[in-house]
Structures are given as C-alpha cells and as structure tokens.
Design a protein around this ligand. Structure first.
Ligand SMILES: [Zn+2]
Length: 159
C-alpha cells in the first residue's frame, strides 16, 4: 500500500509534504535557511545535526544503516562459510599428505599393486589364499589374520 500523501504543514502551502510534521521540499529548505540564519545570528549550533535530525533524513539514514548492516551480516556469513571450507580443505590436505605406512595400506597388506584393478571376487579370493597360509593351525597367528581381514573389509568398502 502506498503511503498516504500528506499536505505540507506550512500555512498556505498546498504542496505534498514528507515527514512529521509534513513539509514540502521547498518549505523544508526555507526552514533550513531560516535555521541557518538563526544559527548564524545565535552563533554556533551545529547545522548538520539539525539537518540529520529531520525525519526524512533520519528515515534515509536508518534505511542506509539497515542496508549496510544487512550486507555486513551477509558478508560475515560468507566469511564464516569460506573459513569453514578452508579449514575442511586444510584437514583433507593434511590427511592426504600423510602417506600411509605399508602396514596400514590394505593393498600392501593383501599383496596387491597400487594400481591393480580389484573386484570383490579378487579380494575375497586373496583373503581365502592368505587365510590358508596364515591360519593358526599352520603356524600363522590370529593377529596376522585380523590384519588381513581388516584390510579386506577396508578394500571392499572402497569398491
Ligand atoms: Zn510547503
């Protein structure tokens, strides 16, 4: 709904006014000039603070403040997001740059080459072969089989 148009409050003026009391642009300027003269006569009140205290200027000023603080909120939200993304990328980089020891790499544990194509069948076949070799009945250890099984689980998850 458009704001209801108010008439300038200066007696005899028929133009449309803004603010409270409503003043048309011309009367407002005249009032300012009068105030300016008054200020010069009285010597010293700050004209700028009078201008800034006018309702229409105050409205503009508040809208400006709202806009700026809105932009600031948006910007700080963006910066938070970027900071979080940066932190995540740094964590990912740190994890990547830490090479796994041969004992940790499931391919090495199971005797596969780094670029050897693997299927579930191939991995499980290797598990069966290794369990024959490292079975505790044949002098292997449960610890070794636990490592083999953990490596199999990890590889199968990545397939
Ligand atoms: Zn007027």
């Amino acid at each position: 709904m458009p704001p209801r148009r108010k008439r300038c409050s200066t007696p005899g003026c028929t133009r449309v006014g803004k603010g409270d009391p409503p003043l048309c642009e011309r009367c407002w300027q005249e009032e300012l000039y009068e105030e300016e003269e008054e200020i010069e006569e009285n010597g010293g009140e700050d004209l700028l603070s009078r201008i800034l205290s006018h309702p229409s200027i105050q409205g503009l000023f508040n809208r400006g403040v709202d806009m700026v603080s809105g932009k600031f909120d948006q910007l700080s939200h963006k910066l938070d997001t970027y900071a979080a993304m940066y932190a995540a990328s740094q964590t990912a980089k740190a994890q990547q740059s830490q090479p796994r020891t041969p004992e940790e790499d499931p391919r090495i544990v199971l005797g596969f080459k780094p670029d050897e194509p693997l299927t579930e069948e191939i991995v499980k076949k290797r598990q069966r072969e290794l369990s024959k070799i490292f079975h505790s009945d044949r002098g292997g250890s449960d610890q070794t089989m636990a490592r083999v099984n953990a490596a199999v689980d990890e590889l199968l998850k990545k397939l």
